[in-house]
Design a protein around this ligand. Structure first.
Ligand code: F6R
Length: 364
């Protein structure tokens, strides 16, 4: 049931204010994260964690990349992230006290499941962040955190991703208590989470201006997505969405890498999308952006108004709500999902069932 929406994907994008709320609401007690939400053994296991190894595929891998910024940046937790299909096929070194975190919408992805099975007897414990309670990954993991996104029908993952991010933020907080995260900081982040549904709502209201923007992409064959910090994986996710459903080649780069090669590609046929972080790196990013526009490239900048990015010749600014830094990757994902959706609709592709792809990759 598409509930009046033209596609499941659009319906699922619009569900995000509600489901990101469902992903944290029952897990908060007295202003802190209730770690029993992860399972009975959670406290005992978390006490022994020395580092984290995250494994996932595709969109779920992008969620893992963002979690690494949080784990190391907010809490000082050593964290590695790798795609399951690489990790499982190479000899790996697993340090003592490793919490193995798998992230999966379906809980059935063959490579992710195989990676978990391969390391079972070398890890401290396993935790799955998953959307399907009755799935294999959930059954085979010591601890679980459900994302509570509800069934995701569109092949392109949307609400599963943003709810995974909420789950990973909660995970960072409970583990962070054992590392460098103060209780005061945890309270502060938990309080910010309450703003998330409203911010997601606000981002969805940009739908009209993004639909307009999508016209600049429909006739193109290539595009570039730039971001810094947690917004680099968001750029990767935006590029993946565009590739998957509109079949336009899209590549993501950390903004600082632009001048190390990809800048040579930029011309009027290569639109560039930037998700602008609100931090000390913004000035450098702006300088990067100027280099691109000087080469005739067309720039689309998603930024909060306090960032003072000036529109100009070939520079389009899409105004985002002001978002607390820790929530940026969750909120900035929404307009990129909408962009890929509208480009695909303009191109007339099968939005919910892109060619060659399956919702759940249970074979290798
Ligand atoms: C992209 C997409 C895929 C999945 C990947 C992992 O939109 O849906 O990249 O994210 O196949 O699937 P799960 O999360 O079910 O393990």
């Amino acid at each position: 049931d598409k509930a009046g929406f033209k596609h499941y994907m659009l319906k699922e994008i619009y569900e995000q204010p509600a489901v990101t709320h469902a992903a944290f609401e029952d897990r908060i007690k007295d202003g802190l994260v209730d770690e029993s939400a992860f399972g009975e053994q959670a406290a005992v296991i978390f006490d022994q964690v020395k580092q984290v190894q995250i494994i996932a595929c595709g969109t779920s891998y992008h969620a893992g990349m963002i979690a690494k910024y949080w784990m190391e940046g907010l809490a000082g937790i050593p964290c590695h992230v790798e795609v399951a299909s690489e990790y499982r096929y190479r000899p790996v070194v697993i340090s003592e006290g490793t919490l193995f975190i798998s992230i999966s919408q379906s809980g059935e992805t063959a490579d992710t499941l195989a990676a978990l099975r391969d390391v079972q007897d070398q890890i401290l414990a396993s935790l799955t962040i998953c959307n399907v309670p009755a799935s294999s990954l959930v059954r085979e993991s010591d601890l679980n955190l459900m994302t509570n996104a509800g069934p995701e029908i569109g092949v392109a993952s949307t609400k599963a991703f943003t709810t995974q991010l909420v789950g990973l933020l909660l995970t960072t907080l409970v583990l962070g208590r054992r590392f460098k995260l103060s209780q005061e900081k945890e309270r502060e982040i938990v309080a910010l989470l309450a703003q998330l549904p409203g911010l997601m709502e606000h981002a969805i209201k940009m739908d009209g201006s993004i639909e307009e923007m999508s016209q600049a992409f429909a006739e193109k064959n290539h595009s570039l997505f730039l971001g810094r910090g947690t917004l680099y994986p968001v750029a990767m996710e935006g590029a993946l969405k565009l590739k998957e459903i509109s079949y336009i080649h899209a590549e993501a780069y950390p903004a600082g890498e632009l001048k190390h090669g990809p800048l040579a590609l930029v011309d009027k046929d290569m639109p560039v999308v930037t998700v602008a972080p609100r931090n000390e790196m913004l000035d450098k990013l702006k300088a990067n952006l100027q280099e691109v526009s000087a080469r005739g490239g067309e720039l689309f900048v998603f930024a909060g108004c306090s960032q003072e990015v000036q529109p100009g010749e070939g520079i389009h600014v899409l105004e985002m709500p002001e978002v607390p830094e820790v929530l940026e990757p969750i909120v900035y994902t929404v307009p990129l999902q909408l962009l890929s959706y509208h480009v695909a609709v303009l191109k007339g592709t099968d939005v919910d069932q892109p060619r060659n792809l399956a919702k759940s990759v249970t074979v290798e």
